[in-house]
Design a protein around this ligand. Structure first.
Ligand code: BYC
Length: 498
């Protein structure tokens, strides 16, 4: 700006940054994307809003819609302070469109457009591929809310009930995030896709959600914790990859979604820790030395460690399927064209094009599981899945620490990647959790040893009686170490309407 003092320029750019950080609440849809001046998109979103509210009322949490829930709501995208906590009725939660601030001069960090300026509009040749990824991402968000809609009735405490609802409203916001991209950047077919996101239903025979794990039931709270640990973590990995996208609005959207996602995985990790903790305490108090003595442990009203392992086997293997086939031309094309990168792409030290590189992939070769070098480009799903597995191990170490500190010789483990797969290299074979290939008859006879059986489900269901007294917890789970927003143990996280 000629003739302007450096001080003023600085002030102006700071003001600009603050505008992006702060959210405009004057429109029906809170946002930091200047919707009040983008009338067409605002109109499309306002047109979509009633359908969303109908979906929330039909498929969102069952009951509790008039309860006051102590929720955090995003009011800014400043990482130093972006959320405020208050009592909110869920239908009055402000589902907003929030994008992380635009990075100045951002370039595409991988693929054949490496180093070119990031796109602010959708490049014509990648339109269909980008729309597909955004639709798949969008589809998972309402799916998870649908899967969890019955859980409020059996919450083990008000603290847990509040966490469930926090996760649910934020998954709803993540749906809004994808719908904004579809409506702003994909015209008429984007609007049709946005409508379809409200039409499909988790587990529906005619119109199911798009990815396998999102059509499975979440029948109890142990499943909920496993889901938020393992399946939300797939969400983390996929969002990280999309946050690298050359399509800048997608990148900025995903970056902010990741801020909220961390809490969802926290709910899963600490939830499982608390279940394991309670089981160990109860076994110790009753003088049980063998954690595999299932009948004795269950008689104490806690979930035995072998059953926790079975639930873990189920949710981990379902989540591995979400990475697609180990060798995938879709993945190669998405990377080459600059629309989906790798986990922590900008921190990886290589040429970010991968044209000549290879990556070791686990494959079935002559009836054996072997590592085979494949072109790195087609192996990108496998690579992301490996990054995911490494990330999963961290929580496991914490759970095992609780078990060993209690003096028990029992370790929770991740099953082999060939175990219980429906997608990819191992979908047509059966393997034990240790990775030993077995025939159909052996699988049929033994799968109940490794995956939750009907009896296991019935036992867990028998423990799922709601606890709604302030500061109280069901007998199968320990209280958390600290409260949400540092609230004390007797805080009323949900004021249930009477
Ligand atoms: N189920 O080349 P392939 C989250 C289809 S979770 C059903 O092997 P690709 C969240 C695939 O669509 C993160 N179908 O795989 C968590 C393709 O079909 P078409 C969600 C599947 O394309 C908790 C065909 O098989 N986000 O955010 O390389 C709570 C061959 O595909 C499955 C994303 O996933 C499956 N599991 O990779 C709330 C990111 N797997 O098109 C939220 C966007 C594959 O040939 N999605 N297929 O008919 C992607 O990046 C990729 O589409 C995938 C698949 C990773 C899903």
């Amino acid at each position: 700006m000629p003739g302007t003092s450096p001080g003023l320029t600085e002030t102006l750019s700071k003001e600009h940054a603050m505008n992006i950080m702060n959210v405009d609440y004057s429109t029906k849809i809170p946002n930091n994307v200047n919707l009040s001046e983008d009338r067409q998109v605002l109109k499309a979103l306002e047109g979509w809003h009633p359908g969303y509210m109908n979906w929330w009322s039909d498929m969102g949490p069952e009951g509790f819609q008039q309860s006051l829930v102590y929720l955090r709501t995003a009011y800014s995208v400043d990482p130093r302070g972006w959320a405020k906590f208050d009592y909110v009725r869920m239908p009055e939660y402000r589902w907003g469109i929030l994008l992380a601030p635009q990075e100045e001069n951002r370039v595409i960090p991988f693929g054949q457009h490496f180093g070119e300026p990031a796109w602010q509009e959708v490049p014509g040749e990648y339109r269909a591929a980008l729309r597909r990824l955004i639709v798949i991402q969008g589809d998972t968000e309402p799916a998870s809310v649908e899967q969890q809609r019955h859980l409020g009735k059996t919450a083990p405490s008000l603290y847990d009930l509040r966490n469930l609802f926090q996760v649910n409203v934020e998954e709803g916001r993540h749906l809004w995030a994808m719908v904004y991209l579809l409506q702003k950047y994909f015209g008429r077919d984007g609007r049709e896709e946005a409508d379809d996101l409200l039409r499909r239903r988790s587990g529906d025979a005619d119109s199911p959600r798009m990815l396998g794990a999102f059509n499975e039931a979440t029948p109890d709270w142990l499943s909920f914790f496993m889901f938020t640990y393992f399946t939300d973590r797939d969400g983390k990995m996929q969002l990280h990859s999309l946050a690298q996208s050359g399509f800048d609005p997608l990148s900025r959207t995903c970056r902010f979604m990741l801020t909220e996602e961390a809490h969802h995985m926290f709910v899963g990790e600490t939830g499982i820790t608390r279940v394991v903790q309670r089981t160990c305490e109860a076994m110790k108090a009753a003088g049980i030395s063998d954690p595999a003595d299932i009948a004795k442990v269950r008689a104490l009203g806690v979930i035995d460690l072998p059953t926790i392992q079975k639930k873990l086997n189920l949710h981990y293997s379902l989540s591995l399927d979400l990475f697609g086939s180990e060798v995938s031309t879709n993945a190669a094309n998405a990377f080459n064209s600059g629309i989906k990168g790798r986990y922590h792409e900008t921190q990886i030290k290589d040429d970010h094009r991968l044209e000549k590189d290879t990556y070791p992939v686990l494959k079935l070769v002559a009836g054996e599981i072997k590592r085979v070098d494949e072109p790195a480009l087609t192996a990108l799903n496998m690579r992301l899945r490996d990054d995911y597995t490494q990330d999963c191990v961290k929580g496991m170490l914490r759970w095992n620490k609780v078990i060993s500190t209690a003096g028990y010789d029992f370790k929770l483990t991740l099953p082999n990647v060939a175990f219980h797969r429906q997608i990819g290299e191992f979908r047509d074979i059966h393997a034990t959790p240790d990775g030993v290939l077995i025939d159909d008859a052996t699988w049929k006879a033994r799968h109940g040893e490794w995956l939750p059986s009907v009896d296991d489900g019935d036992f867990i269901a028998s423990l799922m009686t709601p606890v709604t007294e302030v500061g109280q917890f069901a007998g199968w789970i320990s209280p958390p170490k600290v409260g949400i927003d540092n609230k004390p143990g007797d805080f009323e996280y949900v004021k249930i309407e009477t």
